[in-house]
Design a protein around this ligand. Structure first.
Ligand code: NDP
Length: 284
């Protein structure tokens, strides 16, 4: 069966919206998201516009900071520090990639961990490693919600994650481990990728290479989450898994587009609400 990421995202958005209305009614609070965008990369502008539209739909006040590509690291750090101090801003999002003269890790580390709605700060990544509470990265969190939506409990299952990036592969592996899966992480130097894939009851693929995972490698009945987002020369978007053949073997599979993608933005809204709620708790 096909996992309908759009429908799951819509349902979570509805819950986020209701909770935000509750916060407004009871505490007069409007969650605020500071969005920082440097340069004029059209794809980044499109992502930011989509994020703002979604924020508006659920009642989050988004505050956009558009900076020229020539901005210095010092100026950008000063903006982040101001957003960290701003009581009306509960989440900060720095759209990546940043221009080459700015050290991304330095900027991400400057964001207060309590406002780090992307979950990229070393403190939040460390909390995830420890299995402790912290803001979690959006795409992996969305993947876990997709698994929950189909009633897939990772406990005791063989979960294989292909890809070990800090934003998808590693954090989703840790989340699956926290939910008691037996986790294997594969990457570009994995010797027998086909065999590792074939053992997976839950397969999460985040590589960035169209159709690299063949449908006939997949264990019959496996749950397949395809994170890959690849644009073909024809303009069509496809995942990292050969969808047509994989869907014949998988019990559940997430499509591209319409699977993980809608969940990522949705989890940004979820994290912003969470950060706002936690700031209220700290104040009371
Ligand atoms: P990265 O490029 O940071 O990481 C890719 C990973 O894939 C690396 O760990 C790399 O291994 C591994 N890899 C590359 N080639 C192979 C191979 N032949 N066999 C096995 N593993 C391989 O990518 P991201 O994690 O940032 O993103 C992965 C994909 O997910 C991209 O298509 C991206 O666009 C998409 N994405 C989609 C999102 C969404 O919301 N839908 C959000 C985030 C990402 P090594 O470490 O050894 O180099």
């Amino acid at each position: 069966m096909i996992i309908d990421g759009k429908a799951v995202a819509r349902e979570i958005q509805k819950q986020v919206k209701e909770e935000i209305e509750g916060l407004k009614r009871r505490w007069g609070m409007v969650p605020g998201l500071g969005v920082v965008l440097v340069g004029d990369d059209p794809a980044s502008h499109l992502y930011v516009r989509n994020k703002e539209k979604m924020c508006k739909e659920v009642g989050i006040r988004s505050q956009e900071h558009l900076l020229p590509a020539s901005v210095s690291e010092k100026e950008l750090l000063s903006l982040i520090h101001n957003l960290n101090r701003d009581k009306e801003i509960h989440g900060i999002l720095v759209q990546l990639p940043l221009p080459a003269h700015i050290r991304s890790e330095k900027i991400l580390e400057a964001v207060s961990p309590q406002k780090d709605v992307d979950g990229f700060h070393p403190v939040n990544q460390g909390l995830l490693l420890l299995g402790a509470e912290g803001l979690k990265p959006c795409t992996p969190l969305g993947i876990m919600k997709l698994l929950d939506s189909i009633g897939c409990d990772p406990k005791g299952k063989n979960a294989t994650v292909v890809g070990r990036s800090n934003i998808v592969g590693k954090p989703v592996a840790l989340m699956l481990l926290a939910r008691h899966a037996t986790v294997t992480v594969c990457h570009s130097r994995t010797a027998q990728l086909k065999d590792e894939v074939g053992r997976a009851d839950i397969l999460v693929v985040a590589i960035g290479k169209a159709g690299l995972i063949r449908g006939d490698w997949i264990k019959p009945g496996a749950v397949v989450i395809d994170v890959g987002s690849n644009r073909l020369p024809s303009g069509k978007f496809v995942g990292d898994v050969e969808f047509e053949s994989a869907k014949e073997r998988a019990s559940w599979i997430s499509p591209v587009p319409g699977g993980v993608g809608p969940m990522t933005i949705c989890m940004l809204l979820f994290n912003t609400l969470r950060a706002a709620r936690e700031s209220l708790q700290r104040e009371s």
